[in-house]
Design a protein around this ligand. Structure first.
Ligand code: KG4
Ligand code: ZN
Length: 352
């Protein structure tokens, strides 16, 4: 089954084509137009600006992907319909609805977070020549279910139990800021620019992880929730009161505090739920320290996306769409709407 994937929930416009067969999802095209440089000027994503840039980028990407004008060769269309920024989401959703209607093809509305989870199912058509042994771990096999998913992005930090394809239970989540948001805000305080995650982790590589004893939020809370807003404040206070700290030491100590809390809660969830595999996904899954630390801790097999699929992309949306299409979970192309609060686990208690 060949799926056209469309993603525009935040600051990346993306079009992809994947082909799914059984549990295998092979990426044929994966195109991403990033707006990072535009938003860097504002220190964060401006929704209206993002929407305008999506409109400019999305048709050129569709052409570049070589999609036939009549949709020939495409079996279904998958689009991110939430969560995300409404003006941005609507660009992709309206394109997908129009194409589905014109081509008379089935349409799947994909939850962006489910897309991140399915990034570990993606297989590049040509396997990378040089890859770290961690990013290529279990490259050719797919996660066994139930899988424990640690989802860490700019907007979400959640532990989910994936019982089956499309069936999730939320085990824990952040009570305030997401891990990626904490990286971005700390980087802003330290003058490292946006997005903060890659800048902090680069800087952290030169620093000492035990230089500053930043708090480990909620480590002893007994549940599987997270909290990062206090940590961000701790970085700001420390930076003001100890201006002579090296930035590398601040970054390394901050990164260590985040990684330790993520890994500790993940291990606690593994003990409680005994999953068959562990999935690390979302933009923050690009973090080397987090990958290595989880790799050395987890007992069930760990699955992480290839680096090129950690950030927002449409291949992961198409992969999630493939599994939903396989289960005939289609939506009406005339009524699908962008849903900024789309929830992956409607039955779980949830604050976001
Ligand atoms: O999943 P994503 O691309 O977008 C959302 O769905 O939010 O995640 C973006 C987040 C940003 O907060 C960015 O700073 C963070 O992922 N990030 C990282 C790294 N690369 C990206 N955080 C820590 N270390 C990294 N290497
Ligand atoms: Zn994302």
């Amino acid at each position: 089954m060949r799926i056209l994937g469309i993603e525009s929930s935040c600051d990346e416009t993306a079009i992809a084509i994947v082909s799914g067969e059984g549990e295998r999802v092979v990426v044929e095209k994966n195109l991403v137009a990033s707006q990072v440089l535009t938003h860097a000027k504002y220190g964060g994503v401006v929704p209206e600006v993002a929407a305008r840039e999506h409109v400019d980028a999305i048709f050129p990407l569709l052409l570049e992907a070589g999609v036939a004008r009549d949709g020939e060769g495409i079996d279904a269309i998958a689009v991110t319909s939430g969560p995300g920024l409404v003006p941005a989401l609507r660009v992709g959703v309206e394109l997908a609805k129009t194409l589905a209607w014109l081509w008379n093809k089935p349409l799947v509305g994909v939850n962006h977070l489910e897309g991140h989870i399915y990034s570990v199912w993606l297989q590049s058509e040509t396997p990378p020549l040089h890859h770290s042994n961690i990013s290529s771990l279990h490259h050719s096999i797919t996660p066994s279910l139930p899988a424990l998913c640690l989802l860490v992005s700019g907007g979400h930090t959640e532990l989910l139990l994936m019982r089956d394809h499309g069936v999730y239970e939320k085990l824990g989540q952040t009570r305030d800021d997401a891990a990626g948001e904490a990286f971005d805000k700390a980087a802003k305080v330290l003058g490292l620019g946006y997005p903060g995650g890659p800048a902090i982790s680069k800087c952290a590589a030169q620093g000492k992880r035990d230089a500053i004893a930043f708090p480990r939020p909620m480590l002893e809370s007994g549940d599987l929730d997270f909290s990062y807003s206090g940590l961000k404040t701790a970085v700001a206070v420390r930076h003001r009161e100890y201006p002579n700290d090296t930035i590398a030491d601040v970054c390394a100590s901050f990164e260590e505090a985040i990684v330790e809390s993520l890994v500790t809660k993940t291990m606690r969830a593994v003990e409680q739920h005994r999953p068959a595999s562990v999935i690390l996904a979302g933009g923050v899954s690009a973090n080397t320290r987090l990958r290595e630390s989880l790799h050395h801790s987890t007992t069930p097999p760990l699955f992480v996306p290839e680096l090129k699929y950690t950030g927002d992309n449409a291949a992961m949306i198409a992969a999630a769409g493939y599994f939903r299409a396989r289960a005939n979970q289609f939506v009406d192309p005339l009524t699908l709407e962008a849903d900024p609060n789309m929830n992956l686990c409607p039955s779980s208690h949830s604050t976001n």
